[in-house]
Design a protein around this ligand. Sequence first.
Ligand code: NAI
Length: 680
Amino acid sequence: MPEELVTQFKDNYVETEAGKIAIVTMDNGEDYRKPNTFGLGGIASLNACLDRIAETQDVKAMILTGKPFIFAVGADLNQVPEIKTKEEAISVARAGHAAFKRIMDLPYPTVAAINGAVMGGGLEIALACDYRTISTGVTAVAFPECFIGLIPGWGGTTLLPKLIGPEKALQIIITNALNNNRMISGREAYEMGIADRLYEPVEFLDDTIKFTVGVLNGTEKVERPQPDFSNVDALCDAAQAAVEAKVHGMAPAPYRAIEIIRKAGEISVDEGFALEDEALGDLIISDQCRASVYSFDLVQRRAKRPVGVPEGAPLAVNKVGVLGAGLMGSQLATLFLRRMTVPIVIKDIKQEFVDKGLNYIQTEMTKQAEKGRIEKTRLPWMLSLVKGTLDYQDLADCDFIIEAVLEDMSLKKKVFAELEEYVSETAILATNTSSLSITQMASDLKRPQRVVGFHFFNPVAVLPLLEIIRGEKTDDQTLVTAFDVARKIGKRAVLVKDAPAFVVNRLLIRMMVVQWDLVDEGNTFKEVDEALAKLGAPMPPFVLLALVGPAIGMHACETLVEAFPDRYHISENLRKLVEMGKGSVYGPDGNVDEEYAKVLKVADPPKKSTPQEMIDRTCEAVTDEIARMLEEGVVAGPEEIDLCMILGAGYPFWNGGITKALDYLGYSEKVLGRKFHPEK
Ligand code: NAI
């Protein structure tokens, strides 16, 4: 276990016209990149600090604040896997409660001066104070616990609804957390009533001291509306229904949080804390929490240092080319422009296609400026960096060119061969192919070492994953540059071997094959979708198929059928769907498309499967495929498979991507006779 980086609580005292004020600063001695967290060492430091303050004469008030940019971001998650029993988990919960309760019981006013990021236990210690001031510079206020298999169990689930009422508390604790841990700003927190005063960052601590003096001498009056619990059951029922639709009973944490919020209006603080202890006791040792902590670590740490990338300096990329101005090409050009702000040339084969792409870029960039993500004054200049063309000559001085033309090997080979005649010897040729071989694509080129796979996921702005594929001849410098570009455009890149359909598509399609089998055997699309929603993907399989497009799905499957005919095949029903040009198996009313229903051929008599059987077959197939991929060395380890499923397919943290869930649900033992993550 990594040792706890202990957050120290340091007390200083200022004399004011209203008397002595203790100013406590939380600081773990590192800069903002390692935010303050609380483990048992931090709690001990808090207790020692409170002891010192108790021994100090004439303290009239206490102010608690953080280090630059950070107030505190909550419990030290590294310690979670070390907690093995419910009793240990409860004692950790109690230790936090007891220390925070000491703050609540102080006989004089206490003020949390929230100067920076505040999450989880950080927000709970602030709620333990009598008052809160917050800086307009704060951008991250959240209770992420339910997102990672826990509840805000050091007081948050009890105190937040008591402070701002159940509706807003549900918003922060449940809705925001399950919405990929959405955070709110200091201003929003103030407007919701979490903080009593909002101050500018420049004079923030001085303003907070003035406020505290005002509280002491009676010139500052804080008025808070009485929280309204009259509607609490209806609100909690609605929140529970939303949770059900999202996690399908597979992650216990949000349900436990709702249970406590439902009661928060009528129970005492101590009763609430006891319920939190009990809930944390169960949750900390749950499979979902452990898997979430693993996922959190993957995304926070492993994704930032991709495994297998060679050493070396990247080449400079001062101009980018994009081939194909279609669905992907336009999104890629927009991303490169936004993130790298270099000249971009986008090429297609007809002026109308080029214009459509340019239009898209302009519309998207304008939207970004309206949302304040790009400075409005810079927008015209940024747009002037983009040029549309029909002529390769305009790409001659590009350092990095990505192709996003149709998914067709001969077309891609032809396009690269033509391009190679114009560009410099060091120019990198990246391909956004979703399934084709990079080695083959580069095979007839003069400089195959310059070709690399750069596989994005649609929608490009939403999904953070980039699969970077090394072809047989791709050289180190190309790879290093590709990873550098990935970092500059804000994507999380995973190094993947040149294997059919790479990682995410290979796995999703292996599952899709089973799902079409289930339909062919006589289960309805709805039955399959409902059963498999439980696996935790952001949407059920046949809804996903509509998003991807049946033709694209089938096309990617063809590559896999060719490579692995023993495991992949294309259902005749899928083929028909594509031939009919349908975008989905479902019609606009949510039932199976009427025309399609007439041609759908299923087994007679139908062979129905139970939901559990459907899940079993899907999970067993995907377990088998992952084991094969690891054996082939497609990625460095199961961690990379999980990163890909979390970042590229939106799989939830509590599944640990996918391999952790396959372990704790028993599929890896059943299929392989071993776990993907053997217990140490
Ligand atoms: P699309 O059909 O929307 O766009 C392709 C564009 O390429 C069209 O505008 C076409 O006119 C243009 N084009 C054709 N020949 C060309 C040439 N010689 N020079 C320049 N442009 C040419 O296709 P989409 O969906 O954007 O896919 C592009 C690539 O991205 C494919 O390889 C696909 O597999 C891959 N991809 C697609 C994803 C998706 O969800 N649609 C996700 C990830 C990758």
